[in-house]
Design a protein around this ligand. Structure first.
Ligand SMILES: [Zn+2]
Length: 220
């Protein structure tokens, strides 16, 4: 994009803070200074692993302001927020994990959900994180069919049952011996991430580390 065109676009659509919608001022990049200071950042204690993944790095707690930004990103076309979210996630990954990864991937949507929404929010996040950390995301997983939305199920064992068998490895994906960074937008019970990690371990992956933008509150 030419410098002039970029300037015009910025005049017509001034970049806004994803969290409070304030128009960003000159020195502010991706989000406003107030939000950068006051966002509900998680600490390392929040990021425990499960049976199948060794750690789940999160950046923010899912408070009202974070939820609003996420809903705009997921359902109202604010794909541009991925740059801000990806920066937050990359910072957390750098701070909270050691060593490098052999592959970067994301939790896929089913084809029909993807068609309806037009883009995969987890893939956009994986691309943004990859840009920050120097990885090119690879499709390692598929979600062949639709399942009931996890967000509509409020019991953790029912969530585990709902996602069981929902994912498989992508044809030709090479996982043997790899340390994989798996990206999604939010973790609540961890059932989806655990199912995806399990599939990748069964296919020969050495370790799966998860990273999400936000961590929702615990369910029953
Ligand atoms: Zn803000």
């Amino acid at each position: 994009m030419s410098g002039l065109k970029k300037k015009l676009l910025q005049l017509l659509f001034p970049p806004k803070c994803p969290f409070c919608r304030k128009i960003l001022s000159g020195g502010e990049e991706l989000m406003c200074a107030q939000c950068a200071e006051k966002l509900p950042y998680t600490d390392k204690k929040a990021d425990a692993g499960s049976n199948f993944y060794s750690r789940c790095v999160s950046s923010l707690y899912y408070t009202a302001a974070v939820r609003k930004a996420m809903l705009a990103f997921k359902f109202y076309g604010r794909a541009s927020y991925a740059a801000c979210f990806g920066r937050l996630m990359a910072d957390s990954i750098t701070k909270k994990t050691e060593g490098s990864f052999d592959a970067l991937t994301w939790v896929p949507l089913s084809r029909s959900r993807l068609r309806k929404r037009g883009y995969s929010q987890a893939r956009l996040l994986a691309e943004a994180v990859g840009k920050e950390l120097g990885y090119v995301p690879e499709r390692l997983l598929d979600k062949p069919g639709n399942i009931r939305a996890q967000s509509k199920i409020h019991d953790s064992s029912q969530r585990r049952a709902n996602v069981a068998g929902a994912y498989k490895t992508h044809p030709g994906a090479e996982l043997t011996g790899k340390r994989i960074l798996l990206i999604d937008d939010i973790v609540t019970t961890g059932a989806t991430l655990a199912e995806c990690a399990k599939i990748m371990l069964l296919a020969g992956a050495d370790e799966v580390v998860c990273a999400v933008l936000c961590r929702g509150k615990k369910l029953r």
